[in-house]
Ligand binder design. Structure first.
Ligand code: FEO
Length: 171
């Protein structure tokens, strides 16, 4: 059985992952409106990833005999000044997610909840990848400095991203 403080922290993070999904879906609509359908595709895949993260927390809470609570959500932003601004916003958000995961790790560690610590390791590793993926696109956007041809090429590249749920992890 989960201690209440751990259950609350896990539920809170599950909701935050769903909120993250909404942010990326909102970014997808912005890119679709600009006819940057490859960027929109990347964001839709990111939405799927965030929902996977949420379901992974759901599964873990249930497995430990906890009650999952679905929260209400703040509305995500709907406008960004440029593709670069949207991705910088995404990186800022991922850094926030990383700090939230680290805080839960610290809480679980203090509570000597080793099963939760073990489950959270997947998220610790995932956040390294999440930040690196977004940062890689930011670096490309900075290098091309708004050149339309390069933006079109990157749009085509991001259009290739496909959502593949990790095979080796329970959700
Ligand atoms: Fe679920 Fe992008 O962190």
């Amino acid at each position: 059985m989960l201690k209440k403080e751990i259950l609350d922290a896990l539920n809170d993070q599950m909701g935050f992952e769903m909120y993250s999904a909404n942010i990326y879906l909102s970014m997808a609509t912005w890119f679709d409106e600009k006819n940057l359908t490859g960027f929109a595709n990347w964001m839709k895949v990111q939405y799927e990833e965030e929902m996977f993260h949420a379901r992974k927390f759901y599964h873990y809470i249930s497995e430990r005999g906890g009650r999952v609570i679905i929260p209400g959500f703040d509305a995500p932003a709907t406008e960004w000044d440029s593709p670069l601004a949207a991705f910088e916003n995404a990186l800022e958000h991922e850094e926030l997610v990383t700090s939230r995961i680290n805080n839960i790790v610290a809480t679980a560690s203090e509570a000597k909840d080793f099963a939760t610590l073990n489950a959270l390791q997947w998220f610790v590793a995932e956040q390294v990848e999440e930040e690196a993926n977004v940062d890689g696109i930011i670096q490309q956007l900075k290098l091309m400095a708004g050149a339309p041809g390069a933006l079109f090429m990157l749009d085509r590249e991001l259009g290739q991203r496909v959502y593949t749920p990790p095979a080796d992890s329970a959700e």
